[in-house]
Write a new protein. Structure first.
Length: 312
């Protein structure tokens, strides 16, 4: 049994690498972009337009969930294009407020120009935060972690407290990053980490990532600030909830976050038990890299895609 489980893990790890590597291939990209929405991307993405997304956010609220949304996109290299992204996010923020939805925004700094100029990403971010709604900065590939944390700290120093960010359990550096952030009572989302990173900087073995996640979750819950535990891993969620119960951490201090389309029954079960569950619900025409990361996390999703392709 243990040998079968080990084999399964090894096959999944190789498939994950293959999917994340294939994601960069132009041929794969053009094929998936052309047919992907029809074939099943809609399971993970709330449509290509803001109107479609708002309808999904409303439905999630009606089911008892909180939600966030992201206009999909990353790695913008044209300063003019970031202006359009910021304008689009202003529209999203205003629309969420106008519709009275229990939803906020999570975004990527490379979408706001981080690869062009850190100052530009900072300025774009502070402009959005000045609208008053909470915004979380996602964490991207390891080369962006320092700049992302620098920008987060600068925003907080300017008194913009309606901002949160993300730490990735697979990175060896994360316990130190967490320690330096805790005095600020930060609003942090903890994830395992979605990118292909080198074993020099990130745990290559899933068991080590899971253990790191559990320890970081406990440090966050024992510390100050708001904790967003973003994972579909039921045993890690149970372990964190048990820790919170045993240490008298009030339920208002943490929330559980999962992705739209992933483990919906678990999302519902946790919400019914009275936990705050936020469903991360992205939208937009640039859904390709997001979809490939979701397929990489669970190669079985690829079967779901292939079945739809065959059906036709
Ligand atoms: C709300 C949210 C925000 C995130 N933000 C970031 C971020 O800013 N930066 C970043 O690097 N990563 C982010 N991630 C992704 C994260 O790093 C992981 O890649 C992802 O959550 C999969 O890991 P897991 O914790 O669910 O655990 P896993 O061990 O991968 O999965 C646990 C179980 O959940 C199910 N499952 C997991 N993923 C899928 C899937 N895609 N489809 C179907 N079933 C699945 C499977 O049954 C699996 O057995 C985010 C994840 C969530 C939920």
């Amino acid at each position: 049994m243990a040998a079968v489980a080990q084999l399964n893990t090894a096959v999944n790890a190789s498939l994950r690498k293959a999917i994340l590597a294939a994601a960069d291939s132009r041929r794969v990209q053009s094929l998936v972009r052309r047919h992907g929405m029809r074939l099943g991307a809609a399971r993970f993405v709330a449509g290509e337009s803001l109107d479609e997304c708002i309808a999904v956010l409303r439905r999630l609220n009606e089911q008892g969930f909180h939600a966030n949304t992201t206009l999909l996109g990353e790695g913008v290299l044209e300063p003019g294009a970031t202006e359009q992204v910021v304008a689009a996010y202003e529209q999203v923020i205003d629309r969420i407020a106008a519709e009275g939805l229990r939803a906020n925004v999570a975004l990527k700094l490379t979408h706001l120009g981080l690869e062009i100029d850190e100052e530009l990403a900072f300025a774009n971010m502070s402009r959005l935060l000045r609208r008053g709604s909470f915004i979380r900065i996602d964490m991207e590939q390891s080369q962006f972690v320092d700049a992302t944390l620098r920008i987060y700290l600068r925003l907080r120093e300017e008194g913009l407290d309606n901002v949160g960010t993300v730490l990735q359990a697979y990175l060896y550096r994360t316990p130190e990053d967490l320690e330096s952030l805790l005095p600020l009572a930060p609003n942090l989302r903890l994830v395992k980490g979605a990118y292909l990173e080198s074993p020099e900087i990130a745990y290559p073995r899933k068991a080590d990532v899971d253990e790191a996640y559990a320890r970081l979750a406990e440090t966050m819950l024992a510390g100050s600030g708001h904790v967003a535990l973003a994972t579909h891993d039921e045993s890690l969620i149970d372990r964190a909830i048990r820790f919170a119960d045993e240490h008298g951490v009030p339920r208002e201090r943490f929330e559980l976050q999962m992705l739209y389309g992933v483990r919906p029954q678990l999302q519902l079960a946790l919400a019914r038990r009275g936990y705050k569950v936020l469903v991360a619900t992205p939208y937009g025409p640039e859904w390709y890299p997001y979809l490939m990361r979701r397929l990489g996390e669970r190669p079985a999703n690829l079967l779901f895609f292939l079945k739809n392709t065959l059906r036709g």
